[in-house]
Design a protein around this ligand. Sequence first.
Ligand code: ATP
Length: 202
Amino acid sequence: MRFDRLRLNGFKSFVDPTDLIIREGLTGVVGPNGCGKSNLLEALRWVMGENRAKAMRGDGMEDVIFAGTTRRAARAHAEVTLTIDNRDRLAPAGFNENDHFDIVRRITRDAGSAYKIGGGDVRARDVQMLFADASTGAHSPALVRQGQISELINAKPKNRRRILEEAAGISGLYQRRHEAELKLNGAENNLTRVDDTLDQLS
Ligand code: ATP
């Protein structure tokens, strides 16, 4: 599973549709200060389901929408599309039928985010799990933002362990275990309620 292309539209400084083509090997992005290099990495993290506005250097998630300049009006929505090359058939089950597929995240002012995989509507969780199962994602240690190296050096052991688990590809399993535990608790609560009702009836 490879990333083929990142398309930004109305995302931060990328007001016009812009494609970043990711070819085999190393892709370098160079440019003067403030030209949008970090915004590209943030767009990648965002389309993979990042839900912390702070990680996008904003106060709220809508801050990723192009805010306007003296010459251009602000936009009402932002959209990022990540095209996946899946010719190696390494995408998780359920998304593994096609050679290529798109993951799209769109945010509209006052309406929040919507996601699509391969043209179909999905939840944020589906996108996050797809990348977690592929051992990558918005929190992947492969995406290194400015200042992160010194944060890692000073990180608590528990946080370092999370990075190793992500690299080992088991963070998706943790998420599923947590969800299974919540369901189990819900089922146990329901059983207690049934017992109470039966007691009252007898
Ligand atoms: P450096 O090399 O200094 O780290 P950079 O190339 O990584 O810079 P970014 O930090 O990605 O640059 O881009 C910053 C630019 O993005 C600023 O000019 C900022 O005004 C612009 N920007 C950020 N959010 C928005 C937004 N919502 N709307 C319009 N422009 C935005």
